[in-house]
Design a protein around this ligand. Structure first.
Ligand code: GLU
Length: 472
């Protein structure tokens, strides 16, 4: 049987990295086996629906180099791929379940349910629908439906015994059937619940492996009972632990940083985000940290997904992103960084701007960072900290280094990086200063700070006039 997986997001116009990681795992499981990856849009909660959300999902996955074999914008044979367009299908199968005795119409009103909830509260037990409508006679059901009474369809659960869910990550998970509620499958407006629709859709779409958040694990016995009722084979389940925020709490939309698009717009490369995310919960059998998509497809092994929750760590993501930025060709790097660079360079030569940006290729960890990091070249007001001032006064050689450097630079016929490097050497020979005593005074005097790119590059970019003025 061909391996088929699906990504089944709700169309909220937002994708947090936990969702994206699920999509990546689903894609890798399918592609590792030469299978198909589908997109199914779970929009039965119409209140949460956002205009343009489907295109947003396509765009996100495309940026991440995840190709959708079948979905709403490229239908295959199992469409529609949007749940709200499958309402008739859900009804058809719900009717079958009722016919077979695995489900029943329930006419209980909101008030009746509220009263049951209250009773449960008083007894300090969790509320569970008591199944009273499962005892209605066929005639009564018909009469009430004909009279236009509102109803939902509930699944009829076994009252004793144990269900076992086999999960790739969690092993065999046992659940007492007595805790399984006669859950709602179809709401009174005809819309399915997630707990019902996922089974119908996964079966009809030929899904062989279901990868999703572990919050669904405890519900999965109910899904298995539906598969059994229809005589269908259940998929392989791969429930993955959550990605927690840095504070140890669940990631949420409010945790803006954890949104893929926000990261992308800050200047994180999608390849780096994918690489980071795949290792968040999956460990290969090597120490390799940098992975191309093709390598991941070849190597991905679902049995190596971890049971313990992982935490989103922006520092680690930056580390990956910096690596990916460094690995870009100079040409690709300039294309990447240019849109993030927003300082005014209208009076500068193109060559100077490119040199400036390239000088920091090895220093930045995300696109927008470039503006802060190069601000020393756009600010004439150099501020030297107290510690650095103290350093400048800490050795008699320092004023000599600065003066010699200034005088030698003044003589320099051309302003280029090699000549500047040579002048530094001359100063070294003339003054006998080396290491920290040679470089630091010059750097602090011209930039205000003790760190920066290679000194000749930095001086070149600051420009002859500025350097000479600052050294005075
Ligand atoms: N719509 C569900 C969610 O976004 C999908 C879960 C699943 O993959 O089955 O959580």
């Amino acid at each position: 049987m061909k391996t088929r997986t699906r990504f089944a997001p709700s169309p909220t116009g937002f994708m947090h990295i936990g969702n994206l990681r699920t999509a990546i795992f689903e894609y890798l499981v399918a592609k590792h086996e030469g299978g198909d990856f589908l997109l199914r849009v779970e929009d039965t909660d119409q209140a949460r629906k956002v205009e343009g959300a489907i295109d947003f999902i396509y765009k996100t996955l495309e940026l991440c180099n995840i190709k959708i074999d079948e979905g709403p914008n490229n239908e295959g044979e199992c469409g529609p791929y949007i749940q709200s367009e499958r309402i008739d299908i859900y009804k058809e199968y719900a009717d079958k379940l009722v016919e077979m005795g695995h489900a029943y119409p329930c006419f209980c009103s909101e008030e009746t349910l509220e009263a049951m909830r209250k009773k449960a509260d008083e007894k300090h037990v969790p509320f569970m629908y008591d199944g009273r409508c499962s005892h209605l006679s066929k005639d009564e059901i018909k009469r009430r439906i004909d009279a236009g009474e509102k109803y939902v369809i509930r699944q009829k659960m076994p009252k004793d015994g144990v269900s076992v869910v086999k999960d790739v990550v969690y092993g065999n998970v046992k659940v007492e059937n007595s805790v399984l509620e006669d859950q709602i499958l179809l709401k009174s407006d005809g819309y399915p619940t997630y707990n019902y629709a996922n089974v119908i859709d996964d079966h009809l779409m030929g899904i062989t492996h279901v990868i999703r958040g572990n919050e669904y694990l405890s519900q999965t016995p109910k899904y298995n009972l539906l598969y059994e009722a229809f005589g269908w084979e259940a998929p392989v389940y791969i429930h993955v632990p959550m990605v927690l925020g840095e504070d140890g709490n669940k990631l949420s939309k409010r945790n803006g940083d954890a949104s893929f698009m926000d990261l992308y717009e800050e200047g994180y490369l999608p390849e780096a985000i994918v690489n980071y995310l795949v290792l968040l919960g999956w460990s290969p059998d090597t120490n390799q940290e940098i992975w191309t998509m093709d390598e991941l497809i070849a190597k991905f092994d679902m049995n190596r997904i971890s049971k313990s929750p992982s935490s989103y760590d922006i520092k680690k993501l930056r580390w990956f992103n910096a690596k990916y930025i460094r690995n870009l060709s100079d040409e690709d790097y300039l294309k990447f960084i240019r849109p993030f660079f927003t300082l005014d360079v209208s009076s500068k030569e193109e060559e100077w701007v490119n040199k400036l940006l390239l000088t920091y290729k090895d220093h930045i960890s995300y696109g927008k960072e470039i503006n802060d990091i190069v601000s020393i070249f756009f600010n004439d007001d150099i501020k030297i900290s107290k510690e650095n001032k103290e350093f400048l006064e800490s050795d008699e050689l320092i004023p000599v280094v600065i003066k010699t450097f200034h005088d030698e630079l003044e003589k320099l016929p051309s302003w280029d990086i090699e000549s500047i490097a040579e002048v530094i050497n001359i100063v070294k020979e003339k003054t006998g200063a080396k290491g920290k005593l040679l470089y630091m005074p010059i750097r602090i005097k011209v930039s205000g700070v003790e760190h920066g790119p290679e000194l000749p590059d930095e001086l070149y970019l600051i420009g002859r006039e500025n350097v000479l003025n600052r050294l005075k």
